[in-house]
Write a protein of this length. Structure first.
Ligand code: PMP
Length: 287
């Protein structure tokens, strides 16, 4: 079965799917996006993703001429037509196609594209046993990284640096504060307290982050939303990261230095049980 994509109302083979060369997403990064996990054919945390998508559109003044109901139907239709039970759906909305000019075009309708890719979530459960390593990189992004735009060049360069270093992720550090990863949120555990950077304009408010805070607090675990330094991270008992495509992974090395024992620890293990139980509850999926 060929891969299918959605482009402005039409589902077509991915190989033929395209946007105009003057799409503002291409020329200016003038576009927002969402990535959602699909397990057992069900979209995880769909409502919070929709809320964030609408907030991003509002922040940038992009008008999408489609309500949440039809958007949900189109997303589900594309997932069903692609036929993958475990996959991710990528949705991108740009300000539209117009003659290149920095200021907003008058009447150009937004361009909405969606793609679906098969994704192996079971590998994330296997990775819980070993954990992953991160490196650090200076956070040289703009001042509104809370808006999920396609302008991801600093994130791309940071992730490539991580890949070249044999690490899974790059943690973006500003001054001595660890903000987040290039595509994940960053966490440490010290004396039983679970610590992550507060939301605001300096991090992307991750859906997996907010879900984990909920789950941890419901289980009477202590969560502190406050900035933490790289020195604190290096001295932490445990560390981990969260995202849609890596719902929770232990971080066992930072810049080659072991975190805690250098092995995944008990707090992350307990959190992972909560996270994957929530996935099973929402979607019915079990590895
Ligand atoms: N931070 C950044 C910079 C990201 O790109 C992402 C992934 N979108 C995240 C954090 C994690 O967000 P989520 O849990 O919504 O995937």
């Amino acid at each position: 079965m060929p891969q299918l994509a959605y482009v402005n109302g039409r589902i077509q083979p991915l190989a033929d799917a395209s946007l105009h060369v003057e799409d503002r997403g291409t020329q200016f990064g003038d576009a927002i996006y969402e990535v959602c996990a699909v397990m057992n054919g069900q979209i995880l945390d769909w409502q919070p993703h929709l809320v964030r998508l609408r907030r991003n559109l509002a922040e940038l003044g992009i008008t999408l001429d489609m309500e949440n109901g039809p958007l949900t139907l189109q997303a589900r239709r594309l997932i069903a037509r692609n036929g993958h039970k475990q996959c991710i759906i990528y949705m991108q909305i740009s300000r539209g196609t117009a003659k290149r000019d920095h200021a907003f075009p008058g009447a150009a309708p937004a361009n909405l594209v969606m793609t679906v890719r098969r994704f192996d979530f079971a590998q994330r459960i296997k990775q819980l046993a070993t954990g992953i390593g991160v490196i650090t990189q200076p956070d040289n992004r703009w001042g509104r990284v809370d808006i999920k735009t396609t302008g991801l060049l600093p994130n791309v360069l940071a992730k490539q640096a991580a890949k070249q270093a044999g690490a899974f992720e790059a943690w973006m550090v500003s001054g001595d504060t660890v903000r987040e990863g290039s595509s994940t949120n960053a966490w440490i555990v010290k004396d039983g307290r679970i610590i992550t950077h507060p939301v605001g304009t300096a991090i992307l408010p991750g859906i997996a982050r907010s879900s984990l805070i909920h789950l941890a607090r419901a289980a009477q675990m202590l969560v502190e939303e406050r900035p933490f330094t790289l020195a604190e991270a290096l001295a932490a008992d445990e560390a981990f990261l969260t995202s849609t495509t890596a719902p929770i992974l232990p971080v066992v090395r930072i810049d080659g230095q072991a975190v805690g024992t250098g092995m995944p620890g008990p707090v992350v293990s307990r959190l992972a049980d909560l996270v994957w139980a929530e996935v099973a509850q929402q979607t019915g999926w079990r590895a």
